[in-house]
Design a protein around this ligand. Structure first.
Ligand code: TYD
Ligand code: MG
Length: 446
């Protein structure tokens, strides 16, 4: 056996170094290097490397990966159609957001279908899990619960019990004896995830790992875990509201940026079929500063209300605050609006919010943001039945967005009567009788 070498791994970025240093040369984080043992004897990709000989692309037998439906339509949607045999899913999110609840519901459903499942919990005792199962009304007598945090024991029992689907809750609590660093450190998390992944690949177990997010919002500090697994899902949502969004960040078996919408109820998480209703504010009258946007999340359009508040500022640097939208994009849009539409906000504080705690990263939100800001600035409400989408370029032009027609159709379905959209998205041939559509090319016109 080769001698194990000591190495130092950065807690923030996962880079490794032979010597300890005060500052990580890779990410410039201070005091983040931690000692760990570099294992010479095993390699984390060994399972893939050993079992597959080299083949020509044309000779590889195309087998459809077995999909296992979770019987939770919203969860299936983010997974790209269900869990996959030998697939590893990492699901991250803030504490208390509902990760354990969703996974327990999933396993209970599968178990009731006669699929052998196992719930490994490093955070809760068996009794606590049973209590939760009772709370969500899942009476799955065959669900195997295993409170354990030692990696070798978990690997052993997964290999002997041979469940089809297993949940590890959470990867930060699991530790391997072979490393000296504490559970939850980058080295431990990386090693445990790699070993579990290797087991999943070699035995065909579909594995779901729960990951905590750090205060910066990354799973387990660095992005090391995200490279190891097949699918990365994030739980999002306001702790204030009961709505939870599950978003696919990476998916080797399906589309990314797919969104599953849930509501946390007395009896666990329930899928929401008509998410648009959530992200529109409840006020019945049109108010200044609100603008409804049709955003495309994965394969489906969702209507979200964008709210803006513009108020005269008394500080030299007016504030620019965006919740659920990109801050830098807001600064850019304000500049475009000033330059090309002659509307200036240099002496105004601008606050922006996407209703319902949803995060929007699409540029198609630009036009809605500008209209909301202008509406607030002029204190004039936009029509209540108006929807908007469109990307704004630096030259003040309005660019087309993907899937314009689907967006319009969704808006029409929800009873919106007016739309302002990019000219290039004007539906050809298709008639939207019920809608009055204004196609625009420049922001001045809008
Ligand atoms: P949990 O799944 O334990 O969160 P995580 O594993 O992500 O940390 O979620 C716990 C929260 O959900 C807790 O605040 C209580 C709430 N909850 C309900 O509202 N209804 C329920 O049926 C359950 C089981 C939990
Ligand atoms: Mg939990």
């Amino acid at each position: 056996m080769a001698k194990n070498k000591t190495q130092y791994i950065c807690n923030a970025c996962g880079a490794d170094f032979p010597k300890w240093q005060g500052q990580c040369p890779a990410c410039n984080e201070w005091n983040s290097l931690e000692e760990s043992i570099e294992l010479k004897t095993q390699h984390r990709y060994a399972s893939i490397a050993k079992t597959t000989p080299n083949q020509k692309l044309s000779e590889i037998a195309l087998e459809d990966f077995g999909r296992i439906s979770t019987r939770i339509p919203e969860f299936d949607r983010v997974l790209g159609g269900g869990l996959v045999d030998a697939g590893v899913v990492l699901i991250g999110g803030d504490p208390g957001i509902g990760k354990s609840t969703l996974l327990l519901q999933t396993l209970a459903n599968l178990s009731l279908d006669g699929i052998p499942v196992m719930y490994v919990s490093g955070e809760e005792s068996a009794a606590q899990i049973a209590l939760r199962a009772q709370r969500i009304d899942s009476d799955a007598p065959d669900l195997v619960v295993y409170p354990e945090i030692q990696l070798d024991k978990i690997l052993y029992s997964l290999e002997t019990e041979k469940p089809k689907v297993a949940v590890i809750d959470s990867i930060q609590t699991i530790y391997s004896d072979q490393l000296t660093s504490a559970p939850g450190s980058v080295a431990q998390v990386r090693e445990c995830a790699a070993q579990l992944t290797r087991l999943a690949k070699s035995t065909g177990i579909s594995l779901i790992l729960v990951g905590h997010v750090t205060k910066e919002g990354n799973i387990a500090g660095p992005r090391v875990l995200e490279h190891i697994v097949d699918t990365v899902l994030y739980f999002e949502g306001d702790t204030q509201s009961s709505f939870r969004l599950v978003r696919a960040i990476k998916n080797r078996f399906g589309a990314v940026n797919e969104l599953g919408v849930f509501a946390m109820t007395e009896k666990g998480l329930k899928g929401v079929n008509n998410p648009s209703a959530l992200f529109l504010s409840q006020s019945s009258d049109a108010v200044p500063g609100a603008c409804v946007l049709v955003t495309q999340e994965g394969s489906r359009p969702i209507l979200v209300e964008i709210q803006a508040l513009v108020d005269s500022s008394h500080i030299p640097n007016p504030r620019r605050l965006a919740v659920g939208l990109e801050q830098n994009r807001l600064a850019m849009l304000l500049a475009v609006m000033n330059r090309h539409a002659g509307i200036s906000c240099f002496d105004q504080d601008v606050f922006l919010n996407a209703v319902g705690g949803v995060k929007i990263s699409e540029p198609a939100a630009d036009l809605a943001v500008l209209l909301a800001i202008q509406s607030s600035l002029k204190n004039k409400a936009l029509p209540k039945d108006l929807v908007v989408f469109g990307e704004v370029g630096l030259a003040g032009e309005i660019r087309a967005c993907p899937r314009g027609q689907e967006r319009l159709r969704e808006a029409a379905k929800l009873g919106f009567k007016k739309a302002i959209i990019p000219k290039a998205n004007l539906p050809k041939g298709v008639q939207f009788d019920s809608m009055e559509i204004h196609a625009v090319e420049r922001i001045e016109v809008a």
